[in-house]
Each structure stands twice: as C-alpha cells, then as structure tokens.
Design a protein. Structure first.
Length: 509
C-alpha cells in the first residue's frame, strides 16, 4: 500500500461530534494498519478552550467506542494519542489565524513533517467560506519545494445553486481545484465502490447496462429513525438537500456513467459530470407529477407511540419541509434514453436500507402460462447497507409436473469475506486524500450540475403552495401517492428487508 508523505492534519471543529465519533477513530485505524507516514501530527482546532490532555482523553474514549481496533491495549492507543494536540482560536479572526500559522511553523520544525498539511472543515457550513479565506489571507494555503496543502469540506456544499456557486468562488480565490476535496462519506463505502467493479469487470453485465435491456432503475436510501433532535438543521434542509442532491445523485452517476478511459480520478469524475449534465430538467408539470414530497405523521409501531414530524422539537406546526422525497427522472443520452430512474429517501420508514436495483426488461414472449411481468423481470440488487452484498433474482422451475416458475435469489454478502478487512468510509476517504487520490471526492462542476437539476424543484416547492406535501404514518413506506410514479401495470417499488437474501421469505425489520 502507498504511504502518504509526512504531514500535519488540522481538524477545524475538533471539539465536535464528527471528530469524536468518526475522524479520530478512522485515523487511528489507519495508524494501526501502518498506513500513516513516519512523521505525522494531528492538531485539533476549535473555539473551546481545553488542554492537550483533555482533548486526548476525549479522543481516546471515541477510539474505544467507535474504532475498528477498539479492543486495543491502552499502551497502543496512548502511543497514537501522543501525535494529537489542541489549539483554541476564534475561527473568524484573522489575527488568530496568524497565531495558528506561527503554531504550525513551530510544530513542523519540531516534528519534521515538512510543509505538507491537510485542513479538515468539521464545522458548521457557515464557516466553509470563512476558514479557507482566512487560511489564504495569512498564507497557509501556499506550498513550495514539492510540498502540498489540501482542504477537505463536509457536506452540505451550498444550500442552493447560488450559494454553491458563491462558495466555489470563495474557495477558488485561495485554493486550486486540485487542492479541494469535497467529501461525501457515502462514496467511501466499499459497497458503493463495488458498483464500478460489478459493472466494468463483468462481461455479463456491461453489455446489458443500457436502454435495450434495462426496464428501469430504482435507488432507495431510507431510515427508520426520525430527525433525532436535529430539528433546527433538518427543517432548514429537508430530505432533498440532506440526501438526494448529494448522496443519491452521486449513486445515480456511478450507475449511469459511461466506461471511463482509465481508473484515473479525473477520468471517472468526468463521466459522472456528463451524467449530471444529461439529467432532463423538470418542467412545471413534471415537478408536480414526477416529484413527491411527504412528512411523517404520528403512529404506533410495535406498541411504541411515534410522534409526527411537526411534533418534533424545533419544528413549526405549519412546517412544509419534506422528510420524504420520491422522484422519477430521465437521463437524456444514448445509453439511457427513455429509461426511468426512480429515487426515494425518507425518515421514519420501516427499516434502514440503501440499495440500487436494476430492473431488467421481461422476456419478449411468456412461454409459461403462470408467469407474469414481475416474475419474468430479472433484478440485480446492489445493497449498500445493511447486510452489504449483491443479489441477483432469476426464474427457476419448481420441482414437479408442469413448468411452474419461481423467483430465486443468487446472493453474495461482504460478511462472507471474513478474512478481509473492511475499512470505514472515513478511513478510506482520509487515506485517499493523504495520498492524493480524489476519485471519490466531488468536483466543483459536479456539485454545480447537481444543484442546477435540484434547484428548480426546491424553488417550486417553496413558492407554489398548490404543490401538496403528503402525510404518511411513521413506520410505513411513505405516501401512497409515490406508488403512482411507477406507471407500468403490475409494477411497484421494491420493498426491501433488513436482511438481503431472504427477502420474500422472511423479512427482518
């Protein structure tokens, strides 16, 4: 495995939950696999005044709870923690950034890490434009003599098209595009990356991956939890901004992209951008017809009383923010012309699941009298989470007289690879940034193209109050109206179970 250059990882917002639960445990797992450089340091930066020891103790607790190697002896963890330190600043003060620059110069001199640095913005989105600007104004963005500076930004990348364009403009003033890493943790999942391998390494699939053989594509990412005391954030965001604009459109890009010329990061990202640019824009009629939004209402599930969205803490009684989105979109190019893509995401549904389903066209002639359109359509299910794996549905003869056909499952589970280590998404993405691989990070033009598609829908929902928002009881699969998106007779959404292979036989919810 390629090891990164010596560097300092600077985490802004280090006193927050993301650093505690995800970032430091992920870096520790890299440390345990000998994937960090010989000389490295991690500097936590935030407004809160805490000592180095207190910061290390908190991060040790996070490692013990959330790292893959959480069972390690305290001596191993303590050895890693010696690389951590903390520096409190006002993240909106240029003078404090001058102090940060002086502190980093002292660190790199003592630790021999060179002038290489990664700046991770684990902060509220309001600081995404502020911190890079201040880094640039004090000269912490520049590199020389073969050194490098990189900037990692968490989602959401903009609130709409205008704010995304403005943020890109601010970033480009002090950082080149190749220095900017817009992180989407969904793309760091092994099961997401396996989409590319499934497509491009198997001759049985790629020739069929087009409008001639695919009837429709279904992409689902839903949760059984509510908004969990995040009312202030979620009510200003909603399911479209929180999930569809980034995660689900990125999955769509991976599914629909043309074969890249190579597995070079730019070649792959070029093809994803082409998909986004081929999305058919929604007309006014399309917005009300092909996009459905909903809010969960109170219900009793397994004896537990679940409150509705408008009863959640921090949510107004007249809120029209969607907790559920379903939409039908088309990709206007030669590969996918006329093939509908169905996308849905929501809170308080029966289970937590993310998957892609390729529905192949039925056989041209039904030879078996009891076979219908559903049973004759093969499905390829690419399960992202949970019970990660691949499922292929095929028709088989039921033993006995006649030709009765039954759909059976051919499946593979990542858990079967018990001898293989499965890295977390943040572990993979942090390592990629350290070694300079931006394949799984979003590029500016991709972000802007995704917003260009989504923005008119959000504006119509905000301004046109004749477009309804449908209620759905908590614990159900969303508004019944969403079933009408799939207009083919006898077809509906696939309703997945928590367990992948036993769907249709035993469903664990």
């Amino acid at each position: 495995m390629k090891k990164p250059d010596n560097h300092i990882l600077v985490i802004f917002g280090a006193s927050g939950d993301l650093t505690y639960r995800k970032l430091i445990p992920a870096v520790y797992d890299l440390f345990r696999q000998n994937l960090l450089p010989e000389k490295f340091a991690i500097l936590g930066v935030s407004r809160t005044e805490i000592s180095d020891d207190k910061f290390r103790n908190k991060m040790k607790d996070g490692i013990k709870k959330f790292a893959n190697f959480k069972e390690d002896d305290d001596k191993i963890v303590d050895n890693f923690l010696q690389h951590l330190s903390y520096f409190a600043i006002d993240t909106e003060s240029k003078e404090h950034f001058r102090k940060l620059k002086y502190h980093l110069e002292n660190m790199k001199g003592n630790l021999e890490t060179g002038d290489n640095a990664i700046y991770y913005l684990s902060t509220p989105p309001t600081l995404y434009g502020v911190i890079p600007t201040l880094l640039g104004e004090v000269g912490l963005n520049t590199s020389s003599n073969g050194s490098w500076k990189k900037l990692i930004i968490e989602k959401p990348f903009g609130y709409d098209l205008a704010s995304a364009l403005e943020l890109n403009k601010k970033l480009s003033k002090y950082f080149r595009e190749e220095q900017i890493y817009r992180i989407d943790h969904y793309l760091g999942k092994e099961s997401v990356q396996n989409i590319l391998v499934t497509r491009f390494s198997n001759g049985v699939f790629e020739p069929l991956w087009n409008r001639n053989y695919v009837h429709h594509v279904e992409i689902t990412s839903v949760e059984n939890i509510g908004i969990e005391n995040r009312g202030g954030y979620y009510d200003s965001s909603g399911a479209m901004r929180d999930m569809v604009q980034n995660h689900l459109l990125q999955l769509t890009g991976l599914i629909a992209m043309e074969p890249p010329s190579s597995f070079d990061s730019n070649a792959i990202r070029n093809e994803i951008v082409k998909v986004f640019q081929s999305f058919r824009p929604f007309s006014e009629n399309d917005i009300s017809k092909n996009s459905i939004r909903g809010q969960y209402t109170s219900a009793t599930v397994k004896g537990e009383k679940l409150i509705g969205y408008r009863e959640e803490k921090g949510i107004g009684k007249d809120s029209r923010t969607e907790s559920y989105v379903a939409m039908k979109l088309f990709i206007d190019n030669w590969r996918w012309g006329g093939v509908p893509f169905y996308i849905r995401s929501g809170k308080r549904l029966p289970t937590k699941v993310t998957e892609v389903v390729i529905h192949f066209k039925p056989t041209p002639h039904f030879l078996f009298s009891k076979q219908d359109i559903n049973s004759s359509c093969n499905q390829l299910v690419l399960r992202i989470q949970p019970d990660e794996g691949v499922l292929f549905k095929v028709g088989m003869k039921v033993p006995g007289q006649g030709f009765n056909v039954q759909t059976v499952n051919l499946d593979f589970h990542y858990s079967d690879l018990s001898h293989s280590y499965l890295p977390t998404a943040y572990e993979r993405l942090l390592n990629d940034c350290m070694i300079g691989d931006s394949t799984l990070y979003q590029r500016a033009d991709a972000v802007e193209s995704a917003w260009k598609f989504v923005d008119p829908i959000l504006k119509a929902w905000k301004n046109d109050h004749t477009i309804p928002i449908y209620g759905y009881p908590a614990g159900t699969w969303g508004p019944e109206k969403a079933d009408n998106l799939i207009e083919e007779k006898g077809m509906t959404w696939r309703y997945p179970c928590k367990n992948l292979a036993d769907d249709g036989i035993y469903c664990e919810l």
